[in-house]
Design a protein around this ligand. Sequence first.
Ligand code: XMP
Length: 510
Amino acid sequence: MESIVILDFGGQYTQLIARRVRALHVFSHVLPCRTPLADILRLQPKGVIFSGGPASVLEEGAPTCDPALFEAGLPVLGICYGMQLMGKLLGGEVTKAPKREYGLVDVKARLDAALLKDFEDQNACWMSHTFQVSQVPKGFKAAASSENCPVAAMENTEKRLFGVQFHPEVTHTRNGLGVLRRFVFDICACRGDWRMEDFAREQIRRIREEVGQGTVLLALSGGVDSAVAAALLSRAIGDRLTCVFVDHGLLRKGEFDEVSRTFERDFSMHLIAVDASERFLTALKGVTEPEEKRRIIGAKFIEVFRDEAGKLGKLDHFAQGTIYPDVIESGGALGSSVIKSHHNVGGLPKELGFTSLIEPLRMLFKDEVRALGISLGLPESLVWRQPFPGPGLAIRILGEVTRDKAETVRESDAILREEITRAGLDRDISQYFTVLTNMRSVGVMGDERTYDRAVAIRCVTTDDFMTADFYRLPYDVLALVSRRIVNEVPNVNRVLFDVTSKPPASIEWE
Ligand code: XMP
């Protein structure tokens, strides 16, 4: 399969580069920058892109790559830090810019610049740098400049090495996609024939090959990822797939019935729905630390699966709806620390005794998973569900989890979802839910003083869930939701609205 490798130097837009390349119908792999050259070449990429990164190439121990890469005959495009690294490794000069450039900057291209043929005379480009290439390496030409950056792009067309100081992957850069398109098609000579249907066909073939006549157990969470994984597996191996859907007592309102109904009735899948709420809630008694909650819930899940698997007799493989950002966030990418343990995709719990772990979506981004779901015939209502974390409402209840608190957050969440759908905003907001804070505050209801709980509303928009902005929910919707929550949900006398972006906050509160 034709592909482009993206070497990750820790830049915040690395995944965006990968997404943009895939949008051109060319498959992209994100690899840590120190990936050995032999491993890169094994993938037979048509070209390599270096991402940006927060470090300075001049500092000791700055992320680097194997310099032999430049001699491998592959086209390389360095972006921001990637360009500076290329400049430094090939004998050019990198220095601190006299003036830091941040935001939109007019860049002027030389007319013959190979990657900048779509640029306008003064092309607005997104910049974010303190250092820059001040002298290009031998064999290179400066291909563009801005007021404060004499080498805003460089090229060595003979060796097919290119660098841009700005970020072509960011939509603010005018004609940015054109730069990537020129690189991918004109320079790397890609065909651009990667399609989701092909991906599905290829995965189905692989699953059949791996599973043979064996059986598979899949953990269905009700979320998009595991649902699409289930649909794919079901297409591949039919009734040799068994799905287990565990109710940990921390699902959203109505979810258990809805998911069971959809999969059993509409998809005729072999589904085992287990009410294990008592087991989970007992195990969570007294636990307040978020990571501890995740650990306990993860361990209990495995316990429940083991029990169910035991009842079913021997099942050979275990399947999971892990997607690409989970793989990257788990440290698949160099320098990225494990932020929350949900991205724990380290492998198969040994005690389950399965032969292998099947993760058919491990190379896909969320929107690609949705496209795959649609191409497999899943209903839009399921494919466009907002994400819901595995540990469920447990990480939306700050502090100790109890059945009663779960009820509070579940009811308030149902009201929020109902009103957002009613206002026609459900497709505009990437994720929206309520959080039960662990604070109590004074209020007045009727003529009585109350001392009750506060519920927070979290609504975010995001492309990739790695960064997010809070959604500007209209005041009238906020007012209605707030009024309904304090009136309809017992023990709540205050509603708050979360106005932080990610970073610095995360989307979930725990
Ligand atoms: P954060 O809170 O990390 O959330 O900004 C990013 C996305 O990941 C989801 N999330 C989880 N999903 N298990 C999951 O399956 C978890 O423990 C978990 N924590 C966060 C979150 O809902 C958001 O979509």
